[in-house]
Each structure stands twice: as structure tokens, then as C-alpha cells.
Design a protein around this ligand. Structure first.
Ligand SMILES: [Zn+2]
Length: 551
């Protein structure tokens, strides 16, 4: 993920990269934009005098009255010939009619810009100080008679008006004008203009590619957000179930024309669904998410670092990093920014890991105001723990022993040392093991719940690390104690193989001690479960005080 950020990859970048690999849909759009930019009249550096009377082809071009230095002016100079002139015509450029310094000839005469308004086909070349006919150059046929206006240029300023009129009424010029007008009409009508049609088609294709890719990204985000795996065991054409990602896309194709075109009918030759593309897009999405989190943290100015290590499924030590900060609306945010592989779990290695994470996100260690870990020696050790090392760099980074971990430790100890709690949890675990180990016994419990017309519950087991599970296990027994007693009674009466066990459980739960402890522990654990889920320490204390006074 980090390397992608350095390379500055985003969706647009991805699109451009893909297009190079698979086809050149986007190439065109880039070229198109560049062409537009370089030919844009707005980019010329000149004093602008608009001589366009609205009917000419000059698309409001501005003439440089001082100097003519632009690259485009140089290309458009009629003395340069006709190369590219037709393309420029379709881009909207007509006769080249600059207003500039017109040199005098030997008889003291020069070209006059007023002639432009009289002869809309007239062009002037500053490089050779000669006049040309745009229409004959571009749309006419070369003939000896009109060579001056087409290729060599006209310079006899003394008889200019007379010669211009004569040229204008010539048959060759008139034919060229006819072609010119037709071409103008075609160019200005997008429905019949070939260039516009090609442009439109290409642009449409690029837009469709982008829109389709957006659909792919949305699908990936949906699956990621819901925590659903993407791939199937077998994704070839014969497979009946190609995994969630492809199946969801196929499902969306029923209502989505674009997905249907790309994925089902394969009209475009690309589907953007390979494993490599899935991973690259997921990386980009993750990158965008962390970017916006980090931007928010930077604007907050200060943050707390929360870190915990654990083994992943492949037995590698991973550190989960969470950053806590206050957003502009003064709401506390805790954001998970990633799992990072820990080479070793000693203080120095984890300290290096923290430094690596901070530099990856371009966050300064000076802005840490608090650090929060479990109570292990590698984290909190006063000389070599991560907390001590970070404090050496930034004395303001107060170490806080994670309150979630403290709560867990307190509950574990309380459950072990308080005999009443220990016995109650023992019975709760036995009840779960007994009822849920057999489908037959589970069915009896279900039957009792059905008879009483209440909502169905299944007994929950206990987990040593997840205390929320304990709260859930206690809550269900409190809610369904009557049905549980009736079920145990029925098993004790009717089942010869495990009736004795059922009777002994029945004896343990039908006592004042068990029921009293169950109710009290249920109250306590429902509060601890709530405390685990709120960010605000003061709120936690408030709730705990309330619970204490209630008990
Ligand atoms: Zn002409």
C-alpha cells in the first residue's frame, strides 16, 4: 500500500495504466485534450484584438498586434504550405489574418488589414510579406493562373484591390468557395461531422470504460465492507459458483447494461476482473481511505497511538495500529490504519515498527500525545519498552495502560478469585456443554421455548478472551431460565443415558445461590460490555459509579 502512495497511483492513474496494457481507449482522450490545449487561443501571449466578424472560421482567434511569435501562428502562416491545414480547419481555424507590422514596398505601399473585412478568404504571411487565398489553398485546385494566391504569394500592393476582385470572380475561386461553404456546414453540424463523430465515439468509449470500472470498484467496496470473501475455489467457465465477486457482478448485470456489455457479452474485450486487478483496486481503495484518515489526523494536529500484537493465521506476528484523534466536529475518532508485520516482539523491534508506520504516513512522533498498549514488558518496560523509547523522543507522549485490557484483567481475576462467580461461570459452561453437545437435547430446549411462545435462543459458550461472550451467555440463561429448567426436567425424566447428568445440573441451578449470582453477574457484565464499546473514559466512570451504587 505504501509504495502505491509513493507512486501516486489513484483511479485515474490506474485507468491510464490499464489502457496501455490492454487497449488504447484513453490514449485518444489524452491526445485530444493536449491538442485542445495547444491550439487554444487563450494560451497565446499577445495583446488581443478580436477581428472575428462571427462568420469566419477563426473561432474568435485573437491576433497579436505587436509581434507574431506563437508556435501556432508560425504553423498557420500561409507561406508554410498546406500541411495540416485541413485538420486545423476542422478544429475551427480559417484564414490566417494577423494584424502586425506590414513592411513598405519600393513604391511606399503596404498590405492593409482593412482588406480582411472586404475579402474573407484573404490571408497574409508576415514571414514573406505576401497575401494568399485561403479558400483556393485549401479547397481549390492548383492552376498557373492563380499560382500567386495559392503557392507563391501576391505582393503587388499597388493593384491589390483590383487583383483581389478579379481573383474573387474567377471560376476556380468560386468553385473552391462552394466546397469551403459545404465543408463549413458539415463541420458546424456535429451530426454529420466525421471528426466530431469519431471524437464523440472515442469519448463515449472512454466514459463507458470509466463508468464500468466504477461499478467494479463499488462491488469491491460492498464486499469489503460486508466482510465477504471475493473469490471462489474455481472460477473457470465450467464452474457453477465462481465466488462472490464474479457472482455479484453477474447478478448486477441483470439491471446494469454496462456490466452486461463488458462482463457477460464480452463486447469490449476487457472485463477488469482478474485477481491482479482486484488486488490493485483494493490497494488503491485502502490507500484512499488511509489518505483521508491521515489528512484528518494532520488537521487535528495531535493524536494518540494504540498498538497491539497478535499472531495471524499463518503464525506471523502482526501489530495492529490504531490512531485516536479528535475531528473538526470535536468527535473522538479511533481509526485502524493497518496490520504491520513485526519481525520480533522485543521493545526495540516494535519501536522501529512504530517509526516505520509514522514515516509511512508522514506523521511526526512529536505530535503523539498519548500511547496506549497492553501491560506486557516489551510495551510498558520502564527502560526498554516501546513506551519508554517513544517517551525519550517525545516526553509529552504519556503511556496509558489500555483500559480495555485492564477491564479484562479485572474481570478475569474477579471471576477466578470470587468463589461465587467462579462456581456460577462453571455451571454456565456446563449447561452450554450439556445442552448444545447433542442435537436431541438442543431440540428439547427449543421445544420448551416454542411451547412458551417466546423468541428462540441458543445457549452461548464462554470465551477466555472475549468477555462480551460471557455477558451474552449470562443474558440468555437469565431470559430463558424457566424453559431451561423444564427442558432439564424432561431430559432427567425421559432420557435414561444422560438423565442423571441433567438431574445434577437441575440441582445446581435451582438454588438461591446460583440464581442470585446469575442475576448480579448479568448486571455487572452487561455494564462491562457497554464500557468496552464507548470511547469516553469519563462516561465509563460515570456508568461504573452508577452500577456500584445500584449494587
Ligand atoms: Zn481564391
Amino acid at each position: 500500500m505504501g509504495s502505491m502512495a509513493k507512486r501516486g497511483i489513484n483511479l485515474d492513474g490506474f485507468l491510464k495504466k490499464q489502457k496501455r496494457a490492454e487497449n488504447d481507449f484513453d490514449d485518444y482522450s489524452e491526445d485530444y485534450c493536449e491538442a485542445d490545449e495547444t491550439s487554444s487561443p487563450g494560451t497565446s501571449t499577445s495583446i488581443d484584438i478580436d477581428t472575428n466578424d462571427g462568420s469566419s472560421d477563426n473561432r474568435g482567434l485573437n491576433y497579436n498586434s505587436a509581434t507574431i511569435t506563437g508556435k501556432l501562428d508560425e504553423i498557420r502562416d500561409p507561406a508554410k504550405g498546406t500541411e495540416g491545414v485541413a485538420t486545423r480547419f476542422y478544429e475551427g481555424y480559417g484564414p490566417y489574418q494577423p494584424r502586425c507590422h506590414y513592411p513598405l514596398d519600393s513604391s511606399g505601399r503596404h498590405f492593409c488589414f482593412q482588406w480582411y473585412s472586404q475579402f474573407d478568404w484573404l490571408e497574409y504571411s508576415p514571414s514573406v510579406n505576401k497575401a494568399f487565398c485561403f479558400v483556393c489553398r485549401v479547397f481549390g485546385r492548383t492552376s498557373k493562373q492563380h499560382e500567386a494566391f495559392v503557392s507563391t504569394g501576391f505582393q503587388k500592393w499597388k493593384s491589390a484591390l483590383e487583383k483581389f476582385r478579379a481573383h474573387q470572380s474567377s471560376a476556380a475561386h468560386k468553385t473552391a468557395v462552394l466546397t469551403w461553404k459545404t465543408a463549413q456546414r458539415t463541420r458546424n453540424n456535429p451530426e454529420t461531422n466525421v471528426v466530431t463523430l469519431v471524437n464523440y465515439q472515442k469519448k463515449k468509449e472512454v466514459d463507458e470504460n470509466r463508468q464500468y470500472l466504477k461499478n467494479i470498484v463499488e462491488t469491491l467496496i460492498f464486499l469489503g465492507r460486508q466482510g465477504i470473501s471475493l473469490r471462489g475455489h474455481c472460477e473457470n467457465n465450467e464452474s457453477l459458483n465462481k465466488g462472490n465477486f464474479l457472482k455479484l457482478l453477474a447478478f448486477r448485470a441483470k439491471d446494469n447494461q454496462l456490466i452486461n456489455q463488458f462482463l457477460i457479452n464480452k463486447e469490449k474485450g476487457v472485463t477488469y476482473t482478474s485477481h491482479g486487478i482486484q488486488e490493485e483496486l483494493l490497494d488503491i481503495i485502502g490507500e484512499n481511505m488511509t489518505d483521508s484518515i491521515i489528512a484528518e489526523i494532520k488537521s487535528a494536529g495531535a493524536f494518540a497511538l494504540i498498538l497491539d500484537e497478535s499472531l495471524d493465521i499463518s503464525r506471523h506476528e502482526q501489530a495492529a495500529v490504531v490512531l485516536r484523534y479528535v475531528n473538526p466536529e470535536f468527535a473522538i475518532k479511533e481509526r485502524f490504519v493497518g496490520f504491520f508485520r513485526a519481525v520480533q516482539t522485543d521493545g526495540e523491534s516494535l519501536y522501529q515498527l512504530v517509526q516505520g508506520v509514522l514515516s509511512k504516513f508522514k506523521l511526526s512522533i512529536d505530535h503523539i500525545v498519548a500511547q496506549c498498549y497492553d501491560g506486557a514488558a516489551n510495551m510498558r518496560g520502564i527502560y526498554k519498552g516501546v513506551a519508554a523509547r517513544i517517551k525519550k523522543d517525545n516526553s509529552k507522549a504519556i503511556y496509558i495502560h489500555c483500559n480495555g485490557h485492564i477491564l479484562n484483567l479485572v474481570l478475569v481475576d474477579a471471576a477466578k478469585t470470587v468463589t461465587a462467580a467462579r462456581n456460577t461461570f462453571g455451571t454456565v459452561a456446563e449447561l452450554h456443554n450439556f445442552m448444545e453437545a447433542s442435537a436431541k437435547r438442543h431440540a428439547v430446549f427449543e421445544e420448551m421455548q416454542k411451547e412458551s411462545g417466546s423468541k428462540m435462543y441458543t445457549l452461548k459458550g464462554l470465551s477466555d478472551t472475549r468477555w462480551a461472550c460471557r455477558a451474552e451467555a449470562l443474558k440468555i440463561i437469565v431470559k430463558r431460565l424457566d424453559e431451561l429448567v423444564m427442558a432439564l426436567q424432561k431430559i432427567a425424566d425421559e432420557d435414561p443415558s444422560c438423565g442423571a447428568q441433567a438431574q445434577s445440573l437441575l440441582n445446581s441451578i435451582c438454588t438461591f445461590d446460583f440464581i442470585f449470582n446469575l442475576v448480579v453477574l448479568n448486571e455487572v457484565f452487561s455494564i462491562t460490555k457497554y464500557c468496552q464499546s464507548i470511547y469516553n473514559m469519563l462516561m465509563c466512570l460515570y456508568v461504573l459509579h452508577g452500577a456500584k451504587s445500584m449494587l
